[in-house]
Design a protein around this ligand. Structure first.
Ligand SMILES: Cc1ncc(COP(=O)(O)O)c(C=O)c1O
Length: 445
């Protein structure tokens, strides 16, 4: 505030009024044919069509996004979990416009403006107190690469990683090696040891024991080659698979005894459960050395304990983030912690209960179709029949045609799930009703 004087403030009010009016008018910039032409063109550019035949107009409102051809779609895909406050949030637009007038479009780790420290300050002030430091980066995979380097350095160059079956940690070269999707690294060589243990299976009482035994076996045979144990506390790409605290504690204690640090990948869970960090929701802070965040932050960061402080040069890079993304990311954290999203009576918990009620109803009505549902907070998933990839994709395309964007998770060796990322900062109860009405209609088809 105040950087440019009162003329700026008057101009800003005018801009924000114009944006709101344009959202209200909702005039489509393209005809359907023009939008199709653009989709064809970008399919040629990418050598692959987009998942949905959609180009945004940039005029979305709340939980709804507007296609360039004027069609409105209720968005529960959120760019795979990025737009928690939905589309066209006035507060975030105002933050973005202010930041966009900066002398820097992109900030780096050499020359940066005030947004750089401000984002770190807000992030660390709201992070578990044991996380003393952080480094900013662009994508979730970037933050994870930094985490891996810090941990390998701390472990004197031990190369390996212990991970969960079904995990997803990104698509950079190293992260693709850890991510449990061989089909995502076809043609890529294996360059370091990755040992998997099974994730929690709520349908198998022996699941915690099986995972613990598998971990012990790995620690015994290759513990001395392992830099870290990387964990998603709610598996995201696997289809919002949660696990209770009691599942993780013995595993983390076993790692502590073996001197293997725990790294929690919160790229997807950050801001989306009943606390800002799932690590805090599950009371696991004491066991964790490193946390990575991304997506909803509009950038990414690795948070770490003081003892992991890297040598100069180990992690850095030209970019730390776009000025707009840094300012908006910080505002998002402020809104999350200040506007009643967390805690047992917070908005996220309420939405979780509301979704579970509706899914329970669908499950009772169509037990052969909606066979299972699960999730936590703003991450809700359900399975259609046995979870066939093709059938789920077909269902998603039908929903999209009917005006609802969802996404999928799982696949590969696991069943496919329908994932709903809830825009908790935007969706109304009436929109939730509309989403479920579309889901039910498309189930019947
Ligand atoms: C848990 C987790 N880690 C890392 C990533 C990678 O993030 P990005 O796609 O921003 O590189 C993702 C993305 O889905 C994720 O869900």
């Amino acid at each position: 505030m105040g950087t440019y004087g009162s003329g700026f403030e008057r101009g800003l009010r005018l801009i924000l009024r114009e944006v709101a009016a344009a959202q209200q008018r909702g005039e489509a910039p393209y005809s359907p044919a023009q939008m199709q032409a653009e989709l064809d063109e970008l399919t040629r550019f990418r050598a692959r069509p987009p998942f949905y035949p959609y180009v945004g107009a940039g005029l979305g409102k709340g939980a709804s996004m507007m296609a360039a051809d004027g069609r409105w779609v209720l968005d529960l895909a959120l760019g795979v979990g990025v737009h928690f406050f939905g589309h066209g949030n006035p507060d975030l637009i105002e933050t973005a416009v202010r930041a966009a007038c900066s002398d820097l479009v992109m900030q780096g780790n050499l020359i940066f403006n005030r947004e750089y420290a401000a984002l770190m300050r807000t992030l660390l002030a709201n992070a578990p107190a044991v996380m003393n430091h952080c480094w900013l980066s662009l994508s979730g995979a970037d933050a994870n690469e930094n985490a891996l380097k810090l941990l390998r350095r701390w472990r004197d160059g031990r190369p390996g990683v212990i991970a969960f079956r079904g995990c997803f940690h990104g698509r950079t070269t190293a992260m693709a090696e850890i991510t449990d999707r061989p089909d995502y690294r076809r043609g890529q060589p294996r360059t370091f040891p990755v040992a998997y243990i099974p994730f929690y299976d709520s349908g198998d009482k022996k699941s915690p024991d099986k995972s613990l035994k598998a971990l012990r076996r790995i620690l015994r045979s290759e513990g001395d080659r392992m830099a870290a144990f990387v964990v998603e506390l709610v598996q995201g790409e696997a289809g919002f698979r949660p696990a209770p605290r009691e599942f993780f504690v013995p595993l983390f204690e076993e790692c502590a005894r073996a001197g293997v640090p725990v790294w929690v990948d919160e790229v997807q869970t950050f801001g989306r459960v009943s606390e800002l960090f799932a690590t805090e929701m599950l009371g696991l802070v004491d066991y964790v050395s490193v946390i990575t965040v991304g997506k909803m932050l509009q950038g990414s960061a690795v948070l770490f304990r003081a003892e992991l402080t890297p040598d100069p040069g180990l992690i850095s890079g030209t970019f730390s983030g776009a000025t707009v993304a840094m300012a908006v990311g910080r505002r998002i954290v402020e809104k999350l912690v200040g506007e009643g999203y967390f805690g047992p009576h917070g908005r996220e918990k309420r939405l979780e209960l509301l979704c579970f009620e509706r899914l329970e109803r669908l499950h009772r009505r169509y037990p052969q179709i909606v066979t299972e549902f699960r999730g936590v907070g703003a991450m809700i998933a359900f399975k259609l029949g046995p979870g066939s990839y093709e059938a789920t994709r077909g269902f998603l395309q039908r929903c999209f045609k009917a005006g609802l964007a969802l996404y999928y998770g799982g696949g590969g060796r696991q069943p496919t799930w329908v994932r709903a990322f809830l825009p908790a900062g935007a969706i109304t109860d009436a929109e939730m009703d509309r989403a479920f009405a579309i889901i039910e209609r498309c189930l019947k088809e």
